[in-house]
Design a protein around this ligand. Structure first.
Ligand SMILES: [Zn+2]
Length: 235
C-alpha cells in the first residue's frame, strides 16, 4: 500500500472541491503534511456553500460571507497558499463548459503540477455538487494543456500550459490505492475543520463522523487516522 511518499515529487498542488469544508474534512491532514514539507497548495471551491444551513433564518449572501471567512481561517491553519471560490450555485453545481473553463484557467494560472479532487465515478458519490466538481476538474485537465483552448486565459502573466501532470481522486471507496497516515497532524486537521464554525457549531462533537471515517481508513494501514486517495493514470 502506498502512502505519503506517493506525493514526494509534488511541488504545487491544486485541490478542487465543491464546498468550503470539503477539503478540510476529506483531506485536510494530507494537505497539512504537504504544506509542512513546503508544497504550495491552492484550494478551489466551486460554490459558496451558501445553502449550508440547518435553519432558514440566515440570508444566503450573509452565509456566503461567513463561509468565505471560515475558508480563509482554515487555509491559514493548514498553510494553504491561496483560496479561490468560483461562485457557482450551491446545490445546483453542473459540470458544464463554463465550470470547466473556470477550473482550466486556475490550472494554468497556479501552474499546479498535481490535482486532488472528488471521484466522480464512485457510485456512492451521492452529493451532486461533489460529483460535478470532480467531473469538471477532470474534464478541465486535457483542454487546459492545449494552447487553442480559451487562449485569452494565456495572456495572464505566469500561466503554464503543461504543468499539471498528476491526478488523484479523494472521497472514494472505489479501490483507493494510497493511504496517508495523518495521525501526527490530526489536531491541525480538526482545528481547520472547526474553523468552519457555521457547519460545526459544537466543534469536535459535530465531527465524530469524520473521525470515524478516518479511523476506519487508519485500520487499513494500522495507524490511528488515515486519509485515502486513488491515483488516476493521465498523460
Ligand atoms: Zn461538500
Amino acid at each position: 500500500m502506498k502512502g505519503i511518499n506517493t506525493f514526494e515529487e509534488v511541488q504545487r498542488l491544486i485541490v478542487v472541491a465543491a464546498h468550503p469544508d470539503d477539503m478540510e474534512t476529506i483531506c485536510g491532514g494530507a494537505v497539512a503534511l504537504l504544506t509542512q514539507r513546503g508544497v504550495t497548495v491552492f484550494s478551489v471551491n466551486c460554490t459558496l456553500g451558501d445553502i449550508g444551513a440547518q435553519a432558514g433564518d440566515i440570508s444566503r449572501p450573509k452565509l456566503a460571507v461567513t463561509r468565505l471567512d471560515e475558508t480563509e481561517e482554515a487555509a491559514r491553519l493548514l498553510g494553504v497558499e491561496e483560496t479561490f471560490n468560483l461562485g457557482q450555485p450551491d446545490g445546483e453545481l453542473v459540470a458544464d463548459l463554463e465550470l470547466r473553463a473556470q477550473i482550466a484557467r486556475l490550472y494554468r494560472h497556479t501552474a499546479a503540477d498535481t490535482l486532488w479532487t472528488f471521484d466522480p465515478f464512485w457510485a456512492g458519490q451521492i452529493h451532486p455538487d461533489h460529483r460535478a466538481a470532480g467531473q469538471a476538474a477532470l474534464d478541465a485537465y486535457m483542454p487546459a494543456k492545449m494552447p487553442l483552448y480559451r487562449p485569452e486565459q494565456l495572456t495572464e502573466p505566469g500561466t503554464c500550459l503543461g504543468c499539471l501532470e498528476r491526478v488523484f481522486f479523494f472521497s472514494t471507496t472505489r479501490e483507493p490505492d494510497i493511504f496517508v497516515d495523518v495521525s501526527d497532524v490530526y489536531e491541525t486537521k480538526l482545528a481547520a475543520c472547526m474553523a468552519h464554525n457555521s457547519q460545526f457549531p459544537k466543534g469536535e462533537e459535530n465531527l465524530e463522523w469524520m473521525k470515524e471515517l478516518d479511523r476506519s481508513k487508519g485500520e487499513v494501514i494500522d495507524v490511528p487516522y488515515a486519509e485515502a486517495f486513488k491515483h488516476i493514470e493521465v498523460w
